[in-house]
Design a protein around this ligand. Structure first.
Ligand code: C5P
Length: 224
């Protein structure tokens, strides 16, 4: 069976990461969370007071950002390292979540991270989730999935995910943040969130988690 690239894009909070992780585990593929990379850069910019309207400062900061993933346990989960420090939990908090779409719309940030994502996926056998994976990062991915779900379902899932990670959050604030990020991500000029022409759309509002994973595995096997 040939190794393929599986690109999973979609709206904020519709379960892309957990789905992608399970698909990768079932296929023994690498899983790469591209959103975590944008979040890590945002954390660095926040900690270093990088001005988002100053291209010189942005480029200098980007030169100092080194992102790696390390395996966590033996279930294939990964944790992100920012300059050698594990920031996997910190990047999920509201302070990063509120700013990440302002950072991810910057051309220089996207260029740097897309280059890194292409290197990480070069050997195939990879599941990558994000907003522009099928449209920009891997336009020739063998399988492209576009996930969506209604806002209420997404907000409730995100609330639970944050609680499981020990972050306190307010449902209304989460709902507003998801809607705002969808708007900013889909209307930005640099690689906006769009459904690639050849992507298979999966609305997960009424799907069980196991069923959405099974559906993607079935599509993947048809392309191997
Ligand atoms: O996937 P997650 O919700 O963690 O992504 C956080 C943010 O990173 C998104 O709202 C979006 O602004 C940005 N992002 C992006 N392109 C990607 C992945 C994430 O612009 N490929």
């Amino acid at each position: 069976m040939k190794k393929i690239i599986i690109a999973i894009d979609g709206l904020s909070g519709c379960g892309k990461s957990s789905t992608a992780k399970s698909v990768a585990k079932a296929l023994n593929y690498a899983y790469i969370d591209s959103g975590a990379m944008y979040r890590a850069v945002t954390l660095y910019f926040l900690n270093n007071h990088t001005k988002l309207n100053n291209i010189g400062e942005i480029s200098q900061s980007l030169d100092r950002v080194h992102i790696d993933f390390h395996l966590d346990g033996n279930d294939g989960s990964q944790r992100i390292l920012l300059n050698g420090v594990d920031v996997e939990d910190e990047i999920r908090g509201m302070s990063v979540t509120e700013r990440v779409s302002d950072v991810s719309k910057i051309k220089e940030v996207r260029q740097a991270l897309v280059a890194k994502q292409r290197i990480l996926g070069a050997r195939k056998g990879v599941v990558m989730d994000g907003r522009d994976i099928g449209s920009v990062v891997f336009p020739h991915a063998e399988l492209k999935v576009f996930m969506s779900a209604n806002l209420e379902v997404r907000a409730a899932r995100r609330m639970k995910e944050l609680a499981d990670r020990g972050h306190s959050a307010d449902l209304e604030q989460i709902r507003e943040n998801l809607a705002k990020r969808d708007f900013l991500d889909s209307t930005r000029s640099e690689s906006p969130l769009v459904k690639a022409k050849d992507a298979v759309e999966i609305d997960t509002s009424d799907l069980h988690f196991e069923d959405q994973v099974a559906k993607i595995l079935e599509l993947a096997k048809e392309r191997m």
